[in-house]
Ligand binder design. Structure first.
Ligand code: PLP
Length: 368
C-alpha cells in the first residue's frame, strides 16, 4: 500500500531509520560499558520492545503499571516500572503480575515508607518477594527521596521488611534532557547527580547498603555519566526523536542533534484553503501534541503550523507560496513524540512512500 491510501490523520514511522536509531543507541551505550533499559513510554508496543531487546537491551522500563501489564502480556520478561504506585488495587495488580509471570522480572520504583509497608503486606500475604528500586531526588523536584538519612531509612525499612527486596536506585533528571548545547547539558546532568554518587561511595557502601543497580538518564543526557556509577540507561525517545530533541544539539553541531534521525511523523490531508495564505489540515490537538511547541512541516520551511483546535491544523503559507491542493497530503514532524503517539491506535511502518507494516499501539491509554 502507498501512504496516499492511508486514512488521515495517520501516525507513521520511517521503519529503517527507526531500526538504525535502535542499533545506534545500543552501540553508544555498549561503548560506554553500560546496560540499556529503554523507556517504552515512547512507543507502547511490545513488538518494538522486542526489537530493542533483540538489539541488545537488557530489559525495558514502563512508566506505569498498566503499560507493564501490556508489555508482560506481549512476552517482555524484564520490566522496571519507573513511577511509584499507591492504593490497594494497584498493589494487588502488581502482585498479580508476579503470580501470572513467575519467571519474569518486575521491579517497582518507590520513594516513601508507606509504599514499602503496603507492598510488603500484600507480597507477604501472597507469598512472593517484590523487588523495589528507590527513586532519589535528581534535580527535577518530582518524585524522589532526598539523599541523606531519609534514603538510608528507606533502604533499611526494605531490608527489614518481609516480601520486598532492595535492588537499587533510580536517578532521572527529566528537566535537563532538552537543554540546548551538548557541553552545557552534559555538564549540568553530571553535576546534579555527583552528590548521589559521593553518598553511595562514602556512606551507603561502607554501611553495606550499596545499590546493585543505578538506573537513569535519557536521550539528552545518556553520555554525561561515564565513570560515575550508573549501571543502566533509561533513554526512550531516541528511536523516534522529535523536533524538540532534534534542536538540542550534539557533540558536532551545537544546534542540531544528528545522533538519531527523526522517524515519527503525522500524515495529514489538506481539507480546506480559505485564503491564499491559509490552508487547513485534518490534524489538530487530538492527534498532535503541542505541549512542547508546534510541529514542523516536513521539507517545506515556507509552511508553518498553528493549532486550529481539536480537529484542525492551520497552515500558514508565506506570500507567493504555490497554493496547496485540497486532498493533498502533508507530513508533520511532532515536537513531542511520546504525547503524540499516545493519540493513535496504530503506528504505520513506512519505507519511502510504501506502507510496509503496522504496529498496534497496545499500551495506548494504559496510563493506569
Ligand atoms: C523516569 C524516566 N526515565 C526515562 C525517560 C526517557 O527519557 P527520554 O524519552 O527523554 O529518552 C523518561 C521520560 O520521560 C522518564 O520519565
Amino acid at each position: 500500500m502507498n501512504i496516499a491510501q492511508l486514512p488521515t490523520p495517520a501516525l507513521i514511522v520511517d521503519f529503517d531509520k527507526m531500526k538504525n536509531n535502535i542499533h545506534e543507541m545500543q552501540q553508544r551505550i555498549d561503548a560506554l560499558q553500560l546496560n540499556l533499559r529503554p523507556h517504552t513510554k515512547a512507543h507502547k508496543s511490545p513488538t518494538i520492545a522486542k526489537m530493542q531487546i533483540d538489539a541488545g537491551a537488557q530489559g525495558i522500563c514502563t512508566a506505569k503499571l498498566g503499560e507493564a501489564e501490556v508489555m508482560a502480556a506481549g512476552g517482555i520478561n524484564d520490566i522496571l516500572i519507573t513511577t511509584p504506585i499507591a492504593g490497594k488495587n494497584k498493589i494487588q495488580r502488581l502482585v498479580k503480575l508476579y503470580q501470572q509471570y513467575p519467571d519474569y522480572r518486575f521491579i517497582q520504583v518507590i520513594d516513601h515508607k508507606q509504599h514499602i509497608i503496603d507492598i510488603s503486606e500484600a507480597a507477604t500475604d501472597a507469598g512472593i518477594c517484590i523487588e523495589l528500586m528507590i527513586e532519589v531526588e535528581s534535580g527535577q523536584q518530582r518524585c524522589g527521596v532526598e539523599i541523606g538519612d531519609d534514603l538510608i531509612s528507606l533502604i533499611e525499612t526494605i531490608n527489614c521488611s518481609d516480601g520486598v527486596s532492595y535492588v537499587g536506585l533510580q536517578a532521572y533528571s527529566g528537566h535537563l534532557q532538552h537543554i540546548k548545547g551538548y557541553q552545557e547539558r552534559n555538564t549540568q546532568a553530571r553535576t546534579v547527580v555527583e552528590d548521589l554518587f559521593n553518598y553511595i561511595n562514602n556512606v551507603l557502601t561502607p554501611k553495606g547498603l550499596a545499590p546493585e543497580i543505578v538506573s537513569g538518564g535519557g536521550t539528552g543526557t545518556y553520555e554525561a555519566y561515564q565513570g560515575l556509577g550508573f549501571s543502566e540507561i533509561q533513554a526512550g525517545s531516541y528511536l523516534f526523536m522529535d523536533t524538540t530533541y532534534q534542536d538540542i544539539g550534539d557533540e558536532n553541531d551545537q544546534y542540531q542533534n544528528n545522533q538519531f534521525d527523526v522517524t515519527l511523523k503525522v500524515l495529514s490531508t489538506v481539507i480546506s484553503h480559505p485564503t491564499p495564505q491559509r490552508a487547513i489540515i485534518d490534524a489538530g490537538m487530538k492527534c498532535l501534541s503541542i505541549d512542547l511547541g508546534m510541529p514542523k512541516i516536513e521539507s517545506d520551511d515556507m509552511l508553518s503550523y498553528k493549532t486550529g483546535g481539536d480537529e484542525h491544523g492551520i497552515i500558514h503559507l508565506i506570500d507567493n507560496h504555490e497554493p496547496l491542493q485540497i486532498g493533498q497530503q502533508l507530513i508533520l514532524l511532532p515536537s513531542h513524540c511520546d504525547t503524540t503517539l499516545n493519540n493513535f491506535n496504530t503506528l504505520y511502518a513506512v519505507r519511502g512512500s510504501e506502507v510496509i507494516g503496522q504496529f498496534p499501539i497496545i499500551g495506548r491509554g494504559r496510563s493506569d
